[in-house]
Design a protein around this ligand. Structure first.
Ligand code: GLN
Length: 361
């Protein structure tokens, strides 16, 4: 244990810029190199890849039969998605991949899109301006609550509830809504490392029923907290929620955040590194809506859910884990998704608030 601590210290002294999260198959976790050494970047707390695969397989088997929760019905087509679909994907910052189950099935990204719209708004405006225009306070209320808009001093509350997310989309530049939408979709794709597309059926279903979001946008206008046309902003926001991803793509998007904004597969710096901590802190505060406090208490990693059944958690410097399982709890978070990530985070000591996450036990 002592040598592990020394390893960490030496890694810090050596200014190692990237530590390998998963020890490649067959190899043993090595202490970090001595100061000045040029290579060997395996983190002293990196689990072996086969160990991660075994834990993911265990979690998959343990929760596969869990039938708690219910598909979202706030968007009619989501109620029709097969509730038994279940996939888990882990992608490390050095682009190693571990999967189980339905990781190639596309589903709508829904609210997880909010994270990447926030990142894009920050690319354009910087953290301070976005904080000023949107804020980052948890609401303690449902994600689509108009009461929160009235009650919260900033009205927008944070970028991860519907009102704040619609306002976030409204600050992204674009001469026309089409131009703005193309920019957003392109940005999400760069975070995933491959082109993504709208699921038209989901978009149509949500666009036909999103009166609540339209109401939120006009409520924001009343308080001067929306920054372009309210209904156009809702429409672009609705498209952003209707983007199709699979669990593997979602894990890659998370891994881009974990890797300081650089996509581990393509090597592209998609998100400015300087903006990553604020994006992750808003996920910690509000990523699971009014379930965020309980999540932070139990799991301790920033994460974001979507009513399509996706959930992605980001372990800074290490990697990301994404789960797709449609049945949701009362707050709108995937039941199996939360169970799986809690299980894996616990087995691998990922809780950011625990010194065990950097090897101190
Ligand atoms: N598109 C959904 C909405 O605006 C997203 C909600 C969610 O995933 N929590 O209500």
């Amino acid at each position: 244990m002592k040598s592990r601590r020394i390893g960490i210290l030496l890694a810090l002294l050596a200014g190692v810029s990237q530590l390998v999260f998963l020890t490649p198959a067959g190899a043993q976790a090595q202490p970090a190199p001595a100061a000045g050494a040029a290579t060997a970047k395996v983190s002293p707390v990196a689990p072996r890849k086969e160990q991660v695969q075994a834990i993911v397989d265990e979690a998959y088997a343990k929760f596969k039969g869990d039938t708690r929760g219910k598909n979202a019905d706030c968007i009619p087509v989501l109620a029709k998605v097969n509730p038994n679909l279940f996939g888990i994907a882990v992608v490390s910052t050095d682009n190693q991949v571990v999967t189980a189950g339905d990781v190639k099935t596309a589903f709508s990204i829904q609210s997880i899109a909010k994270v990447f719209s926030l990142a894009l708004a920050m690319e354009e405006l910087g953290a301070n301006k976005v904080f000023e225009k949107i804020g980052s306070e948890p609401t303690g209320r449902a994600f689509n609550s108009p009461v929160a808009v009235v009650d919260m001093p900033t009205h927008t509350a944070n970028p991860l509830v519907n009102a704040g997310a619609i306002a976030t989309v409204s600050v992204i530049s674009g001469k026309t809504p089409e131009e703005k939408w193309a920019k957003i979709l392109g940005f999400y794709g760069r975070a995933a490392g491959e082109k993504l597309a709208l699921i038209d059926e989901v978009y149509k279903s949500e666009a036909a029923t999103n009166t609540g979001n339209k109401a939120l946008s006009y409520l924001l206008a009343k308080y001067d907290r929306i920054y372009s046309d309210p209904f156009q902003s809702v429409d672009v926001y609705t498209k952003s929620c209707s983007v199709g991803v699979n669990a593997l793509q979602l894990a890659k998007m998370g891994a881009t955040l974990a890797n300081n904004g650089r996509n581990p597969a393509t090597g592209e710096q998609v998100i400015k590194a300087v903006n990553v901590p604020e994006v992750l802190s808003s996920m910690m505060m509000a990523g699971l809506y009014d379930g965020s406090g309980g999540w932070a208490w139990r799991v301790g990693v920033p994460a974001k859910s979507g009513v399509g059944g996706g959930l992605v958690a980001v372990m800074p410097g290490k990697g990301a884990i994404a789960v797709f399982a449609p049945p949701l709890d009362e707050a709108g978070n995937s039941v199996k998704g939360q169970e799986v990530i809690q299980y894996v985070a616990n087995k691998l000591d990922l809780n950011l608030f625990s010194p065990a996450s950097v090897g101190l036990k």
